[in-house]
Ligand binder design. Structure first.
Ligand code: 6OG
Length: 169
């Protein structure tokens, strides 16, 4: 059991408002240039919901009544840790959405049709999310609890992290 990977705990929060979801464009660190929810590491002495609220305020400047809606478990061949990510959903928010050093917040329509009709916001940029996000986003969008696992490996040619096996449901 000494070979077993330690588990690192993270949070990720998605805010919904009027048929739109708020995503952040990652300006630095892990997941650079990808869109994602707001979140980060659960610090020592902190619970997961506390970390989720703190990270949302640090990265987007807002507060929301967050509901725990999903759990993701990731393994990667080149990481000596496994990742457990608690996914939260917030419907509505208080405060002023503020760009941080880490994230640039942007609204996206949850249904592509709304984007075509009004052009007021783009639809979710699935090609700029983590490769496994499209498998569990339908649950997040329909407010259905979910969990899942993915095993990643580093692509030898591109040096990119790619999922090789996954399950979500
Ligand atoms: P910092 O270390 O930058 O937080 N995260 C993932 N999010 C998605 N959607 N898919 C993944 O698949 C992810 N792996 C990690 C957890 C990193 C943030 O990135 C999330 C945290 O919210 C591989 O503070």
């Amino acid at each position: 059991w000494i070979d077993h990977k330690k588990v690192k705990f993270y949070t990720n929060a998605f805010i919904f408002h009027e048929n739109k979801v708020l995503l952040g464009y990652k300006k630095r660190g892990f997941g650079l240039h990808k869109y994602n929810g707001f979140g980060g590491k659960v610090e020592l002495g902190e619970t997961s919901p506390e970390a989720a609220a703190r990270e949302l305020e640090e990265e987007a400047g807002i507060k929301s009544a967050l509901k725990h809606i999903g759990v993701l478990f990731f393994l990667s061949d080149d990481e000596d840790c496994a990742f457990h990510i608690d996914i939260y959903r917030g419907d509505g928010f208080t405060g002023v959405i503020t760009e941080s050093e880490e994230m640039r917040p942007e609204w996206f329509f949850t249904h592509a049709d709304d984007s075509l009709d009004t052009g007021a916001a783009p639809s979710i940029p699935y090609e700029q999310l983590w490769e496994t996000d499209p498998y569990w986003f339908p649950y997040l969008l329909s407010n259905t609890p979910f969990r899942g696992r993915a095993d990643f490996r580093t692509d030898p040619d591109e040096g990119k992290l790619l999922p090789c096996k996954w399950w979500f449901g």
